[in-house]
Design a protein around this ligand. Structure first.
Ligand code: FAD
Length: 392
């Protein structure tokens, strides 16, 4: 494990895919400046980066013009290029979004419109027979096929970025939790597990810890990160043939989650999930006014998610809506990840990526899915902002 230097030009807090991508981008632009990454866990990529669906999204869902739309399309392109160059395994396996009934057809139209406006390559509308050609066990009235969607292990990408940084002479210090942030003349000081690091500039990419660190650096309390647990179950090996690539339902347009989907993974597993269950880290999460406002608005959805979380049968029933052969006993084992989702005081889940500033620092305050796909493009955007703040 590298030791944390006491002084540097740039400190990045968080060794997930985003922090590592930002550090790499800034270190490549400014090789003469000193930099470091401070990560709380004993290894990189143990947060959201290591526990997700592993899907390289193509950019279909997101509001045209939003950061999510722009960063996802550019990020997927950059990620494919990076992984080819570095030999990180991926597969452009494609994906279908399935309309299960008449009521979902207008929403499928809207997804197609958004995807086209966002510049997603190769989108194609499928009828029921065409859908069966691609996914023989899937049933639906119609579907949208995105051939450029892919699968990858984002933790492998993060480890590759960490190797790049080490080759550039940038220490990635693990087991180093930042506990306090203080302003000093011409410096931002980060108190951490082993002492203190002072930097001329800092970028915080701390996932679930991003709100607390932003507030410690002088930012407003709003929005708060409210974690949502996403659990997945694995199809038994002998039932994996039910799914060729990625099968998603048409999502509920009012929620920032994509719905329970069937995903093939780069290691050959096929998963069903994720659930989306509110998972408070601390009693403070429950005293946040937004939590109660959200609960009042979404209690029905919440009950459904609780059913999914406690009962494999209920989760399997959601998938049987579009792959009717699926049964609850087709699943064995699984994993879970926790989404760091920002929630406003007004009870609204923040939809877009949010990057805000305090003195000598930038804070990523909302980087949920598809931020792993978008990481290389977001890193450029954050580096542009860091450069313009540094130049002031
Ligand atoms: C269930 C689920 C499914 C998803 N599916 C997809 C998908 O298919 N495709 C996609 O593109 N995206 C997906 N995402 C989103 C994606 O995983 C995240 O957007 C992305 O990983 C965010 O990266 P990050 O580096 O910001 O966060 P993280 O990976 O969470 O990294 C933050 C890091 O900061 C560290 N940290 C926190 N506090 C401190 C501190 N005080 N001091 C030092 N270090 C600290 C943490 O230990 C952590 O390593 C999914 C997310 C989840 C949870």
């Amino acid at each position: 494990m590298a030791a944390a230097p006491g002084e540097c030009d740039l400190a990045v807090v968080g060794g997930g895919i985003l922090g590592l991508a930002v550090a790499r981008e800034l270190a490549s632009r400014h090789p003469a400046r000193s930099a470091m990454v401070l990560e709380r866990a004993p290894e990189v990529a143990t947060g959201q980066t290591g526990r997700n669906s592993g899907v390289i999204h193509a950019g279909i869902y997101y509001a045209p013009g939003s950061l999510k739309a722009r960063m996802c399309v550019a990020g997927a392109r950059a990620l494919y290029g990076y992984c080819e160059e570095r030999g990180v395994p991926f597969e452009r396996c494609g994906k279908v979004i399935v309309a299960r009934n008449e009521a979902e057809l207008p929403r499928l139209d809207e997804l197609e419109r958004r995807g086209r406006e966002n510049g997603v390559p190769g989108l194609r509308r499928l009828n029921a027979a065409e859908l069966r050609e691609l996914e023989p066990h899937c049933r639906g009235l119609a579907a949208l096929h995105s051939p450029s969607t892919g699968i990858i292990d984002f933790a492998a990408v993060a480890r590759s970025l960490a190797r790049d940084l080490e080759a550039q002479g940038v220490p990635v210090v693990t087991g180093c939790r930042v506990t306090r942030v203080e302003q000093r003349p011409g410096r931002i000081a980060l108190r951490h597990s082993h002492g203190e690091a002072r930097a001329r500039f800092a970028v915080f990419c701390a996932g679930a810890g991003s709100d607390r660190l932003a507030v410690a650096a002088g930012a407003p309390h709003d929005p708060r990160i409210v974690p949502f647990r996403g659990a997945y179950v694995y199809l038994r090996p002998e039932r994996r043939e039910l799914v060729r690539s990625l099968i998603y339902p048409v999502p509920d347009p009012s929620l920032p989650f994509l719905g329970v989907h069937l995903s093939r993974h780069i290691d050959g597993e096929v998963s069903l999930g994720p659930t989306a269950l509110l998972a408070p880290r601390h009693p403070r999460d429950l005293t946040w006014p937004g939590t109660w406002r959200m609960a009042r608005r979404w209690w029905r959805t919440g009950l459904n998610e609780i059913r999914h979380a406690v009962s494999r049968k209920s989760l399997a029933a959601a998938a049987a809506d579009y792959v009717p052969e699926i049964r609850a006993d087709d699943f064995d084992g699984g994993y879970a990840g926790v989404r760091a989702q920002a929630l406003g005081r007004d009870g609204k889940l923040v939809d877009d990526f949010v990057v805000s500033e305090t003195e000598r620092a930038l804070h990523v305050r909302n980087a949920p899915s598809p931020a792993a796909t978008s990481s290389l493009a977001l890193a450029r955007l954050i580096a542009d902002r860091a450069d313009s703040l540094h130049a002031r």
